[in-house]
Design a protein around this ligand. Sequence first.
Ligand SMILES: [Zn+2]
Ligand SMILES: [Zn+2]
Length: 242
Amino acid sequence: MSFNFLSSFGQKITHRTAQLYSNLMPIPCLLCGSDSSNECLCQDCVHTLPTLEHACPRCATPLEHTMICGQCLHHPPQQNSSFSLYLYQPPITRLIADLKYYDKLFLSRFFAGKMAKQLKDRPLPQLLIPIPLHPRRLRYRGYNQSLVLAKYLSALLTIPIGSDMLIRTRDTASQASLPYTQRKQNIQRAFKVNHNTLPSHVALIDDVLTTGHTADIAAKSLRQAGVDIIDLWTIARTIRHY
Ligand SMILES: [Zn+2]
Ligand SMILES: [Zn+2]
C-alpha cells in the first residue's frame, strides 16, 4: 500500500468525520443561538445589524445625507475617503470584541464578504495595508485582526496586501483605555513606512474607526512616503466625531 493512498484515505476519513460532526453538532448563530446553517450568524440576526447607511465620505461619520461633514470641510483627515460597514453599537461591539480578543477569527470572513460587496464597484486601491500591531502586542494577542480581515478582502477583491510596509515603532498604550483627549498625543510617531516604492493608491484596513487618530497618523506616514490616494476601510464606525 503506497503512502499516497494512505494519505488520501486518511484525508477522506478526516473530511467525513468533520462532515458528520457538523451535521450532528450544527454551529449555532453567535448572537441568538438558533440554527444558522453553519454560518456564524443566522439571517434574522444579519438583517438586524446596524448598517451605516449615510455617512461623510471623508471620515465615515454617520450623517443624514452622504455629504462632506462640517469637520472635514475645515479640518479634513489625512485619508481621502473612509468606508465603514456598520455603526459601532451592539451587537457589533460584541462581535468585534469576539474577533479581536476571543479568537473568533472566522468573523473576519463574514465581515470581509459584506464589505467586499459594497466596495467592489468603487475605484479600488492597488494595495491593502492593515494597521499594524506593535510586535509586543502581536505576541501577546497572537494575531492581528486587521491583517486577517485584509487577507479575506484581498482574496475577494484581488488586491495584494502589503503587511510589512507599515510598521509600528511604538508600543503605545491601547487607545481604547485612554480618555479621548489623550489619544492623539499617545499615537504620534507610532508608525514608520518600511518600503521605498509604494503604489499611488492604497487602502488602510482596520477593525473600528473611533477618534480617527490612529488612522490619521498611519495615513500621514503613507502620505509622507509619497502615496497619493489613501482610503480607510473599517468594519465599524463610532458615532463620535474627530
Ligand atoms: Zn441569530
Ligand atoms: Zn467628515
